[in-house]
Write a protein that binds this ligand. Sequence first.
Ligand code: ATP
Length: 464
Amino acid sequence: MENNAEKMEKIVSLCKRRGFVFQGSEIYGGLAGVFDYGPNGVELLNNIKKAWWKANVYDKENYFGIDSGMFKHPKVWEASGHTSGFSDPLAECRECNTRIRVDKELERVGVTADEKMSEAEINQLFDSVRDKIACPKCGQKNFTPAKAFNLLVKSNLGDFTSEGTDPVYLPGEACQGIYLNYKNILDSMSPKLPFGIVQIGKAFRNEISPRNFLFRTRELEQADTQLFVKPNENKDAYEQVKQDRWNWYLSIGIKEENLQWKQHDNLVFYASDAWDIMYNFPSLGFDELEGVHDRTNYDLTQHMEFSGVDQRYTDGETGEKYIPWILETSVGLGRLFLAVISDAYHEEEMDGSTRVVLKLHKDLAPYRVAVSPLLKNKPELVEKAREVFVALKKEFGNVAWDDNGNVGKRYRRQDEIGTPYCIVIDFDTLGEENPAAKDTVTVRHRDTGEQERVAISELTSYLR
Ligand code: ATP
């Protein structure tokens, strides 16, 4: 199937129909840029997080996980540069007041622009192609000049006077929590360079035009790793980090043909190198999934300056003190969730009809297995099926019970949510017609539709 708008619509509809993702505050008409994960969605999301955590903490040495508070001292966002520089260029349609994000509209008409450009630079580019950019709502081409619009979301935490001075912001990115705890990790865990700190955390951005489902949202979650290395010992480590991240996508079943690297042409002044892993998103084509950034010593230097607290590392061998350099990886979990579902989504012919199937990696699927009795009005089948269900549930947790409709319908339903195996308890299981098959069940495979008989006593090891 083509990677087009139609595929995106099908995915959005599947996500709603099968309890993966709902529009936030839907009964009130929705809240732009916010989504809620339903029962199947939260399982998939949690499995993605588990796989990411395993790869970035358990499979590594010298990597430490944290979970920092969402709210941070207002100075944090000054030190990081977010209060002054975390903005997107916004223009408003003079006819209908629709707001557009000018850099993205420029990209759409083939003009390269990015967040590092000044307001004047963006306006120069904007003016050169105004006749090509139409308002997405009314179609007119009558826009105000672009103005930098800060994306930080303010709160009134601790502000009892409502004066709004020195606001406490919601996090614009999750990684600041890592920089703030770097010294705590040094003091409490005594790691030696190179070492990593990782975190999965929420972030909030006043995106001008949230769109493309989970791709651009105002509330998001980021999975970040920050590897601290000796100054100037960044190059090889950076290549290794890039390679690890690429391989991880392959390990969770993403097709390599849907991934691409893109190097940033226009680096922020402190960065030494920056690459994005791009995914071939439905309706968007290749766009940023994850950033892999070589950030030099910028973040810790800034926090040392703004907080006055020494952020230097003392080299155990030489006694030398220095600020480590940081190699960062950051992926938005919503984008990743969309990439995983999109990659797994297939429509194909099976048994004379078209089926929708999510060919998710076994460890990511919301349910590992579904159990059902062949007929739900035969107590002896139901009883045996419940026995198998309860035993497997104890073992795996994410086991579905499905006795609605006929077996064919159940298979289709489980295909749509990506359940790798379906187990059916039938009369053979009871040994009524075929004593040799007693205490065996049918196991049906999602991807091929093939079925085989497996002994109940061997199911656990078989499914594992
Ligand atoms: P973009 O250029 O698409 O706005 P960005 O370069 O600002 O993204 P980063 O600040 O590097 O993104 O954030 C790291 C990751 O967080 C991105 O690669 C992306 O996966 C995710 N992300 C950023 N903004 C959003 C958003 N509004 N909605 C969903 N995910 C996001």
